[in-house]
Design a binder for this molecule. Structure first.
Ligand SMILES: Cc1ncc(COP(=O)(O)O)c(C=O)c1O
Length: 386
């Protein structure tokens, strides 16, 4: 018997972010399907109101993804060709693609090696007179202190918050991510803390921007599809006020979101439980703040001791996958991606590059059982020690 076969592999694959659904979500979907209206309507409106109340903001505008939320936010803030947008290098490509869709040039800022967030200093280092926006990423679910950055930025530069990982996260002052006053973009993608399969939202305070975003998400029309559906007159007189996009959210998804929001605090407690067990039982360096309640714990990112290991990070990942543990990597820094290098030039960001060699994301979700957590811990310990 070789040493690796001594620990039993998991029989069923454990994804890194499995959604948690109950009978209530199933019933909500059935109710909406039977109602005869699955597009944008009452459920979307109710979900927007309920999420706005949760975040304590006047406006939440739902869209079909966080990618769309980021794009529309930059668009609504007037970002265009010739502008530069600064983005943390350690993020999903959507954070930067959104700027590219507007015709702007993405510029990447290096990260801090403990928080894995970018820093105010690293952002300041890449500002130019062309910089018009910063996309702040609350990576993994750890809030970046946007107010501190705001105080050090020229007034004309807007901050857009990419909170795809950060529903449920709070700033140091206890306020929820989403309530800073900046346009803040959330994701309800399949593996997110609040999941509806696909979906996104923008939280904001400004009434005028909110109206414009409502128009932009739906072709450029001032009246949404549901109002046109229930009021035939407005259908006849519907105007196109600008060239918008088809990026709205639908009732079929929103009804799941409403149940998920009711269960959200309870689901976050489950994530905290997973994070605390990992931190207590695994001797691995993790992203700072991960066991704090202010961290949304979307990702549980650790650093492997690669200089002391007999295998590379990638071999470790494959070994975990072979053991049915859905470990993952978040992310290859964007400045290392061919598309950005070829189109926008080479940047050397040493902290991101070094961190990338060591990071690995462990499974974390509200649907994990204690047995699942034990499986992850036992297999990691075994592979690291063998
Ligand atoms: C940091 C970050 N921003 C944006 C997105 C895009 O979210 P969506 O899939 O809802 O478009 C993701 C998706 O995972 C993400 O991780």
């Amino acid at each position: 018997m070789d040493s690796n076969s001594e620990i039993k592999k998991r029989e069923i694959y454990l994804p890194f972010g499995k959604p948690s659904f109950t009978e209530e979500e199933f019933e909500a979907v059935a109710r909406v399907m039977k109602s005869g209206w699955i597009g944008m309507g009452n459920e979307v409106a109710a979900f927007e109101q309920e999420l706005a109340a949760y975040l304590n903001v006047p406006h939440v505008i739902t869209v079909d993804s966080c990618t769309s939320a980021l794009f529309l936010s930059l668009k609504a803030q007037g970002i265009k060709e010739g502008d530069e947008v600064v983005i943390s290098s350690l993020t999903w490509c959507s954070s930067a693609n959104a700027a590219v869709y507007c015709g702007a040039k993405p510029i990447f800022a290096d990260i801090d090696e403990n928080s894995l967030l970018t820093t105010t200093e690293n952002i300041q280092a890449v500002l130019t007179p062309k910089t018009k926006a910063i996309v702040i990423v609350h990576y993994g679910g750890l809030a970046f202190e946007v107010d501190e950055l705001r105080n050090k930025l020229p007034e004309n530069i807007v901050i857009i918050e990419d909170a795809a990982h950060a529903l449920g996260a709070s700033f140091k002052n206890g306020k929820k991510v989403g309530s800073s006053g900046n346009l803040t973009c959330f994701s309800f993608y399949a593996n997110k803390n609040l999941s509806t399969g696909e979906g996104g939202a923008i939280a904001l305070f400004d009434d005028k921007l909110a109206d414009n975003l409502r128009s932009l998400r739906q072709h450029g029309m001032p009246v949404n599809a549901w109002k046109r559906f229930i009021n035939p007159k407005s259908m006849i007189y519907s105007q196109l006020e600008q060239l918008g996009f088809k990026m709205n959210y639908i009732d079929l998804h929103a009804c799941i979101g409403r149940v998920q929001l009711k269960r959200f605090d309870e689901m976050q407690k489950m994530r905290l439980h997973v994070a605390k067990r990992y931190a207590a039982e695994l001797d691995l360096k993790y992203q700072s703040g991960l066991t704090d309640e202010k961290h949304a714990k979307h990702l549980y990112v650790v650093r492997l001791p690669i200089t002391k290991m007999k295998m590379t990070r990638d071999e470790f990942l494959l070994e975990m996958r072979d053991r049915n543990i859905g470990a993952s990597i978040h992310y290859m820094p964007l400045h290392m991606m061919d598309f950005y290098k070829e189109n926008y030039g080479i940047q050397n960001l040493t902290v991101s590059e070094n961190v990338f060699k060591e990071i690995i994301t462990l499974p974390i979700s509200a649907s994990m059982t204690n047995e699942d957590i034990t499986d992850v811990i036992t297999n990691i310990k075994h592979v690291l020690n063998s």
